[in-house]
Design a protein around this ligand. Structure first.
Ligand code: ARG
Length: 430
């Protein structure tokens, strides 16, 4: 049975192909579909398209459906296309003709748009709060291990002293940049498209400011065509923020895999957080961080997938847009799960404290030596040459001490300022 039934049913093959994964995916939109419908009918009553009595009955009917959704018992029946149809059918089954009045002045095109905006707002907030937990874990560990030195590399060659304080703090501050994109994506999602109907508005005097208020949007997409165009753009902006966070997290996952390798041996985890091999009895593998790296790398492709899916579509609604859900829905969940796992794992990470006492890291301290000579009055180039020659003839002896005091360096991490930067952004998504 279709909302648009005109006396014939489409071929089963066509039905299955066009509905695709919607019956499953749309379950995540159900609560938002009901919220959108409640705002819409309140507005219809205010402009005289529903009586007060009809509104009350419809609201009660929608409340019941909302309760079924919250209990986890909402299903999209076989033969019903999507969540919008299911909610309307349930309402009509209960209330008869009144149920059929709910759709005046709207289309499934703007219904799905408004559902997606509400959904994206919540998902972006969920990602923000997972990012926040992860951020604070990173900063906590940065402070805790601020005195533990590790090698810094350039060209993957031993370069200069770094520290676990710098390493954890670097990912924390990098996440603050990603939060800028998350806030931007949230602001794009936080606009009301409802009232654009099929994409070109309606001849009913819809009060769009009222639905904007009722749904708690910051603003509305005024131009009805722009509102339709926002499908795809909203998801793409969210995907860019997701990709940015994923790339930060994927990078960290790579570091951990490498630091866990015996050739480095900088960090380790309790046995039960590692995985074994079916043949090599000694193995404790970093599978968690490998899966995380793989998932995060895949997530960085999501903006591209969306760009390709939506490239050069004709203006207005096209069914291709349905496939955006297949891309963005799993992406939000996957990122949130990776962030949660990363926070958990870092909480159990064991850090080796004596890494730089190993002679293979002697040359980490050559620049410190050069700088010491410069502070004693020797011109930099001369000091550089002197230490270089000592390295070359094997007489260089490292002094394993670092005195880095400027902002953002080993002994002056500026964690409080990094936290202030992040928290100001996170506040916008509360
Ligand atoms: N499942 C559809 C989607 O996600 C809902 C909108 C259907 N609109 C239509 N004109 N067929 O896009």
């Amino acid at each position: 049975m279709k909302l648009w039934s005109k006396g014939f049913e489409p071929d089963q093959l066509i039905e299955r192909f066009t509905v695709g994964a919607d019956r499953e995916l749309d379950l995540r939109l159900a609560r938002y579909d009901v919220q959108g419908s409640m705002a819409h009918i309140r507005m219809l009553e205010s402009i005289g398209l529903l009586s007060k009595d009809e509104l009350d009955k419809l609201l009660a009917g929608l409340q019941e459906i909302a309760a079924i959704i919250e209990e986890g018992n909402f299903r999209i029946d076989d033969g019903v296309e999507d969540v919008h149809s299911q909610v309307e059918f349930m309402l009509t089954a209960k209330l008869g003709d009144i149920g059929k009045k709910i759709h005046s002045g709207r289309s499934r095109n703007d219904q799905v748009l408004v559902d997606l905006k509400l959904f994206m707002r919540d998902e972006l907030r969920r990602i923000a709060s997972e990012s926040e937990r992860f951020f604070h874990k990173l900063l906590e560990l940065s402070e805790k291990h601020k005195d533990v030195l590790m090698p810094g590399y350039t060209h993957l060659q031993v370069a200069m002293p770094s520290s676990f304080g710098l390493w954890f703090g670097a990912y924390a501050e990098s996440l603050a940049d990603d939060m800028q994109l998350l806030v931007a994506a949230y602001n794009i999602a936080n606009q009301n498209p409802l009232g654009s109907a099929a994409g070109y508005g309606s001849s009913f005097p819809l009060d769009r400011e009222m639905t904007t208020r009722l749904l708690g949007f910051a603003d509305l997409h005024y131009n009805v065509v722009a509102a339709q165009m926002s499908r795809g753009k909203t998801e793409r902006a969210a995907a860019m923020a997701i990709a940015a966070i994923a790339s930060t997290l994927g990078h960290l996952a790579m570091d951990v895999c490498m630091w866990m390798c015996q050739n480095f041996g900088f960090v380790s985890f309790p046995d039960e957080l590692t995985t074994g091999s079916s043949i090599m009895p000694h193995k404790k593998n970093p599978d968690v961080f490998e899966i995380m790296r793989g998932k995060c790398n895949r997530l960085t492709a999501v903006p591209n997938e969306i760009a390709l899916l939506t490239a050069n579509l004709p203006l207005g609604y096209n069914r291709d847009l349905q496939l955006l859900k297949d891309i963005i829905f799993p992406a939000t969940t996957e990122l949130a799960e990776c962030l949660d796992m990363a926070t958990f794992m870092l909480g159990h990470m064991q850090v080796r404290r004596d890494i730089v006492s190993d002679p293979r890291y002697d040359y980490l301290f050559t620049v410190e030596e050069v700088n010491r000579l410069v502070l004693g009055g020797m011109p930099f180039r001369e000091a550089y040459r002197k230490v270089g020659l000592e390295v070359q003839d094997g007489t260089y002896r490292p002094v394993r001490e670092v005195h880095h005091t400027h902002a953002g360096s080993i002994s002056n991490l500026c964690s409080d300022r990094i936290a202030a930067k992040f928290d100001a952004l996170a506040q916008k998504l509360k």
